[in-house]
Design a binder for this molecule. Structure first.
Ligand SMILES: *[C@@H]1O[C@H](CO)[C@@H](O)[C@H](O)[C@H]1NC(C)=O
Ligand SMILES: *[C@@H]1O[C@H](CO)[C@@H](O)[C@H](O)[C@H]1NC(C)=O
Length: 275
């Protein structure tokens, strides 16, 4: 073998070894800052300052999609909503969990930026890496549906995440719906919630009581968190302006106003996915 050919063979072997260690298809491209168009939305400061709970309940008030717990789309297979099995998680390759995504062209570049920036907040603090979907079977498809909603955990095939243009394009709402798709439930339905909150059923809109049903969640050793982006606010689904959820430690506490992932939201992602 001529030395140049030998060198080429060695180089390509090194490249193969490197790509094997990443072990994600070479076609995957991790979303990064270069995907942001940079055209600032009018009133864009609000996109980071709006809390998820309030925005979601407003946007879903007249949604026709069958929803559980306010914004979780009912799965077509029964019982899947618990999402406790490992098939509910996105697969991990080496150090990272690659989640393929596609964003509907219904959105303007400015609207797409809001979604992309929110996805990048997960890259900053967790081992989740959103990649552009090419031929992947399972992926998240962000589109402007009739409210803010998501399925719970990974599903088979293209999985719709609805982020209505008017009402759901905020950092917190995108993070909230993405956390559902990653397998997380609302904070106030946690298995241990009765130690921390009291549900005032007499103030809940008739027919909405099931949104407060306690669930067998895996809390991953994290404390109950009133600042979670997954916590509904004190007046969620109120029929009379009176609180529906009270903090047992302090009935005057106002909560469910998170505009960004909390430290516990981040810790839970990192523990579930063993980052
Ligand atoms: C909103 O937050 C994102 C992510 O933290 C940041 O990149 C962006 O500059 C913020 N936008 C505004 C208008 O403050
Ligand atoms: C959101 O939280 C992250 C990590 O905790 C932080 O780096 C970022 O500055 C926050 N962004 C906004 C817009 O609050």
């Amino acid at each position: 073998m001529k030395p140049t050919i030998l060198l080429l063979v060695l180089l390509s072997m090194t490249a193969a070894a490197l790509s094997a260690s990443i072990s994600t298809p070479a076609v995957d491209r991790v979303i990064d800052k270069s995907d942001i168009s940079g055209i600032m939305a009018k009133g864009s400061a609000d996109t980071n300052k709006t809390d998820a709970s309030e925005a979601i309940s407003k946007a879903n008030a007249d949604s026709k999609t069958p929803l559980l717990y306010g914004d979780i789309k009912a799965p077509s297979t029964k019982n899947a909503v618990l999402c406790t099995s490992s098939t509910c998680r996105w697969p991990k390759y080496d150090r990272y969990v690659y989640v393929p995504v596609a964003i509907s062209s219904q959105y303007t570049p400015t609207e797409q930026d809001i979604i992309i920036r929110a996805l990048l907040t997960f890259h900053q603090s967790t081992c989740i890496r959103f990649v552009w979907r090419t031929t992947h079977r399972d992926y998240l498809y962000f589109f402007s549906g009739d409210g803010c909603w998501s399925l719970l955990g990974r599903q088979t095939g293209g999985q719709y995440v609805s982020l209505k243009k008017a009402g759901c394009l905020f950092q917190s709402t995108v993070q909230h719906e993405v956390l559902h798709a990653l397998g997380f439930h609302h904070e106030q339905v946690r298995s241990d919630r009765d130690q921390y909150v009291q549900i005032l059923y007499q103030n809940i809109l008739s027919g909405q009581e099931s949104n407060f049903q306690k669930t067998a969640t895996n809390n991953l050793g994290t404390p109950y968190d009133f600042n979670s982006v997954m916590h509904y606010n004190k007046y969620a689904f109120s029929k009379n302006g009176q609180p529906t959820i009270l903090a047992k430690s302090n009935p005057n506490l106002d909560f469910g106003r998170a505009t960004n992932l909390s430290a516990n939201d981040i810790a839970r992602v990192n523990r579930l996915y063993q980052c």
